[in-house]
Design a binder for this molecule. Structure first.
Ligand code: F6P
Length: 344
């Protein structure tokens, strides 16, 4: 019997368990034994497995997080790491692997395919929505429901107390979650990592909204760069990412100091990553997983099950290595109409 492994790496996201279920069902139907690799690439470095059964993956379908565990372990940052992964791959008797993750996890997969010819296919995941070559990453739309729900609640409080409220959301160096939350929840302004913040314009717009409406809500992406110093001496992970968070507080302080309005900041943090996957985050990840396994079985390896133009397409994993996907300028410009042009 052939053996296939599945791992989840990077930050957890709703939709990981449905993807694992898709892998399990399709691989089992093709006659593979399916084994879970614990905690992303760490599990392959340490040969740590998680038993998978039909009952387990069925039960996990509606649950957030990942039943395999996750980590930000980068084998390329460990002495002899990639070689250990290759050796353990063989020792575990794996004939293939499905790696579910964001640019980091998929980047490692791409390198292992390119440099060691390991048979790996990928499924894109991240609430940041920033994996290149795909128009869908599992977790994003569920996280967006959460952030938008919170923004709506903040409007009530901002209105009742005649305040300005700032909501800081995740997304790392891509502003998808920030922009879509602001558009879906009717924020008065948004600050994104893709643009140098125009503070004067933001203050002008917030003042005008306060004058007419009596309250204001502003969304800030955690990666918006207000002051480079804010990120000094922060911890950096194995993929070189600095720990973000806190820019919203500075934005709130600016608004309060310049406009004299009572202002509060809510940093949503990891609450936006948990919870059960939305319907979309159950259906598409299962389909992507099914295709990733199908291609692997056909010997078509080294590809990402990307969602493009309405269907799942195989895209070379090597195209993902070292890249991310910022919001296109035109989209920011289109939506800027809701924020008085964003000072573009
Ligand atoms: O990449 C997903 C993400 O949630 C980012 O939006 C955020 O900056 C980061 O992970 C947080 O990472 P951690 O869970 O390691 O604190």
């Amino acid at each position: 019997m052939k053996r296939i492994g599945v791992l989840t790496g990077g930050g957890d996201a709703p939709g990981l368990n449905p993807a694992i279920r898709g892998v399990f069902y399709k691989a089992s139907a093709l006659g593979f034994e399916v084994v879970g690799i614990a905690d992303g690439w760490k599990g392959l470095l340490e040969k740590k497995l998680v038993e998978l059964t039909k009952e387990k993956v069925d039960e996990a379908l509606l649950k957030g997080g990942t039943i395999l565990g996750s980590s930000r372990t980068n084998p390329y940052k460990r002495e002899g790491g990639p070689e250990s992964v290759v050796a353990n791959f063989k020792e575990l008797g794996l004939d293939g692997l499905i790696a579910i993750g964001g640019e980091d996890t998929l980047g490692v997969a791409g390198r292992l395919v390119g440099e060691y010819h390991l048979p790996i296919n990928g499924v894109p995941k991240t609430i940041d929505f920033d994996v290149p070559e795909t128009d869908f990453t599992l977790g994003f739309f569920t996280a967006l429901e959460v952030t938008t729900d919170i923004l709506e609640r903040l409007q009530d409080t901002a209105n009742s107390h005649h305040r300005a409220l700032v909501l800081e959301v995740m997304g790392r160096h891509a502003g998808w979650l920030g922009l879509f939350t602001a558009v879906a929840g009717g924020a008065d302004y948004v600050l994104l990592p893709e643009q140098k913040p125009n503070v004067a314009h933001m203050l002008e717009q917030v003042k005008s909204v306060l004058d007419t409406k009596g309250y204001a809500v502003v969304v800030v992406s955690e990666g918006a760069i207000l002051d480079e110093n804010l990120l000094k001496n922060r911890p950096v992970d194995e993929f070189g990412h600095v720990q973000l968070g806190g820019v919203g507080e500075s934005v709130a302080q600016l608004i309060q100091d310049h406009l004299g309005v009572e202002t509060r900041c809510v940093i949503l943090g990891h609450a936006q990553r948990g919870g059960k996957p939305s319907i979309l985050d159950r259906i598409l990840p299962q389909l992507q997983a099914i295709k990733a396994v199908e291609w692997l079985n056909e010997g078509h390896v080294g590809v990402l099950a990307a969602y493009r133009e309405g269907s799942i397409k195989p895209i070379e994993l090597t195209k993902v290595v070292g890249r991310n996907r910022p919001i296109p300028e035109e989209l920011i410009k289109d939506f800027s109409v809701f924020f008085n042009g964003l000072g573009l």
